[in-house]
Design a protein around this ligand. Structure first.
Ligand code: AOF
Ligand code: ZN
Length: 336
């Protein structure tokens, strides 16, 4: 049996729900009778049925037609079935009571509430368990979920729009669009993938940004965080509309990020000016940097993103990918 091929199919199925399952992981599940697919399921929406439950429910409707007993069936699931009562009941129990006797799992769940416990429960109840199939792909697909559970802090992406001469904005503080419309549309997708957007008071005052994900598909909107010791903002600004926001008056960045430890925020996008971006980099709290670079110059009236040349490399990043968006270049840097 080619379980790798089936696992890749389950991974692709899970991926369809990456904007609506978050901050939960995406999970895909396939139920087989011999080599034939009986049913498929995914975790489609945060708070709703887990993938295994959706696949089992569909299979139940086909009992007597495609198969006689659940004991004849094999389950292929991208993530270890849970063993806890969260917003839904434990999947391991649902699998055991369905009668399924064999399960192929991609990766172990890194969530300490679940990790290993689902597998143990299945084995204890006589289910034949195999795991580790395509686990790197499952981890990659749920990058921020794995990162947060392992490192006890969210995965932090910094997004920068820069002129070719390395400037962020003009000294007069007025809003300047540096990059093209297509680059700005691309940013919306990155916002949609994150659980939180974090910005600073100066960006709020200068740019009046909305900071929500304006995309044409359903998405769990990221929560918005404003880092500022001031609290007397113009609350009619765009930032305070559209979705959930919070003002953080704490100034120690390490403490701020530490406060996310027990939240469900796995991925944070920092969209701020040079001061806050450099503070995050200096605190060694950035995992990925995305730079949209336009061919335009801002000249001597522009404010530099960084004090030094090759600052991103000096902060310990390497170029991961680079491609054109119309006249701009999008460079993605990851930690060396
Ligand atoms: C599974 N199958 O499809 C998913 C799992 O709050 P709940 O009840 O939705 O539980 C969320 C946790 O369950 C999540 O943090 C992760 O550990 C696991 N996700 N487990 O068996 C699924 N999405
Ligand atoms: Zn579950």
């Amino acid at each position: 049996m080619n379980y790798e091929k089936l696992m890749k199919r389950a991974i692709a199925l899970a991926d369809q729900y990456k904007y609506t399952a978050k901050p939960n992981p995406v999970v895909g599940c396939i139920i087989l009778k011999d080599e034939k697919i009986v049913s498929e399921g995914a975790h489609e929406e945060y708070g709703s049925n887990h993938a295994e439950i959706n696949a089992i429910e569909k299979a139940k409707k086909l009992q007597g037609k495609l198969f006689q007993s659940f004991q004849e069936l094999t389950m292929v699931c991208t993530l270890e079935p849970c063993n806890h009562f969260g917003k839904t009941g434990p999947c391991s129990e649902a699998i055991i009571s369905s009668g399924i006797k064999k399960i192929i799992i991609g990766a172990k769940d890194p969530n300490p509430m679940v990790s290993g416990k689902g597998i143990d429960n299945l084995i204890k109840n006589g289910v034949n368990v195999r795991y580790g199939i395509c686990q790197e792909l499952v981890k990659k697909q749920n990058r921020t979920f794995f990162f947060k559970n392992i490192n006890k802090r969210p995965f932090i992406t910094v997004k920068i729009a820069s002129s070719i001469d390395g400037k962020s904005h003009l000294l007069d503080g007025l809003r300047t669009y540096i990059t093209c419309e297509e680059s700005r549309a691309d940013v919306q997708n990155i916002r949609a993938l994150n659980d939180a957007i974090l910005t600073g008071g100066n960006t709020l005052i200068n740019d009046n940004p909305k900071m929500n994900a304006r995309v044409s598909f359903p998405v769990n909107q990221p929560k918005k965080y404003l880092l500022s010791s001031k609290t007397n903002f113009d609350f009619t600004s765009e930032f305070f509309k559209n979705s959930d926001y919070e003002i953080i008056t704490e100034t120690n960045i390490k403490k701020i990020i530490d406060s996310f430890k027990n939240t469900e925020i796995n991925g944070i996008l920092v969209e701020a000016g040079p001061k806050l971006v450099n503070a995050f980099l200096l605190a060694n709290l950035v995992d990925e940097v995305i730079i949209y670079q336009s061919p335009n110059t801002l000249g001597k009236n522009g404010v530099d993103w960084f004090k030094e040349d090759n600052a991103i490399e000096k902060f310990g990043f390497k170029l991961e990918s680079s491609y054109k968006i119309k006249s701009d270049t999008k460079n993605i840097y990851s930690k060396c």
